[in-house]
Design a protein around this ligand. Structure first.
Ligand code: PAF
Length: 279
């Protein structure tokens, strides 16, 4: 595995692979890699000839007072995991934006509710960095986890609207044995906080079970989920259309339950498909 830190060198590498007719797969990350990230690499690997993993903690997607300064890092461990999971290139730029960078990519609509309502500017930061990374890595396919369900939908919309020639692949969310959705931010949790964090997946499971038992009213499903939550602050617990994330009152098509909540100083998100016809 080769490590590239210079954006211009990354672009030159990508141009050369494309000239050879090789299919480039891409997994963008912010590092502190766990099994959720390596599952994205495992999904991409057989679908491409050359796999690039990027690690860049993107300041544009953090708001004031968020955890940019304390975001966990483990460059050596990350490099080992990338090599073990078949990456050809680890792209770790110290910075990604040239001085004078003046462009923001904004996806309207999809980014307004859920996390967008609680993290102003977050999704603009995500789409701007992903667009720039796509320009440098030139992937044929890119894998994003369903853990960040709104992010995945937003990136899909950007790619479609801007006619970017990239196949976006969604990868299933990965959980620990006790049900906690894997996240780099789980590292912030004390053992007592971690125990309470399990209430997010319990709430979503309760909603799924109620939907499977025939409940179709979103308000009733949310009430079933809320009763299981043990959090310090709830940003949202909602039922949305699984494809376009429109708010849903009565489930008639594949839907998704989504939650974001704070345990102490840590904000966690999770989601689950609802109903037997869920994707
Ligand atoms: O999901 C993440 O880790 C980040 O939002 C991403 C896609 C790497 C952009 O910084």
């Amino acid at each position: 595995m080769q490590t590239i830190t210079d954006p211009a060198a990354m672009r030159a590498w990508a141009r050369a692979r494309r000239a050879e007719g090789r299919r480039i797969g891409f997994v963008p990350t912010m590092g502190y890699l766990h099994r959720g990230h390596t599952s994205l690499m495992d999904l991409a690997r057989p679908r491409c000839d050359a796999l690039v993993v990027s690690i860049y903690v993107n300041p544009l997607q953090f708001g004031p007072g968020e955890d940019l300064d304390r975001y966990p890092r483990d460059p050596e461990g990350d490099a080992r995991k990338c090599a073990e999971h078949g990456a050809d290139v680890l792209f770790m730029p110290p910075d990604l934006y040239a001085p004078g960078h003046a462009t923001t990519v904004h996806v309207a609509g999809l980014t307004e509710g859920l996390c967008g309502a609680h993290r102003p500017g977050h999704f603009d930061g995500v789409t701007t960095v992903v667009a720039r990374l796509f320009g440098l890595v030139k992937p044929h396919l890119a894998v994003f986890g369903e853990k960040d369900y709104q992010q995945l939908a937003t990136v899909r919309r950007m790619v479609e609207d801007l006619a970017m020639d990239v196949e976006v692949v969604g990868a299933p969310l990965v959980r620990d044995a006790d049900g906690l959705a894997l996240s780099s931010r789980n590292a912030y949790l004390s053992p007592a906080e971690r125990a309470r964090a399990l209430s997010l997946s319990r709430a979503l499971r309760a909603m799924r079970e109620a939907a499977e038992a025939g409940e179709r009213e979103a308000a009733a499903l949310v009430a079933a989920g809320r009763a299981r939550l043990d959090v310090d602050r709830l940003d949202y617990l909602e039922v949305r259309d699984a494809r376009d994330l429109r708010p849903v009152e009565v489930i008639e098509a594949p839907a998704r339950a989504l939650v974001a909540a704070w345990i102490g100083r840590t904000r966690l998100i999770d989601n689950m498909p609802l109903g037997p016809t869920a994707p």
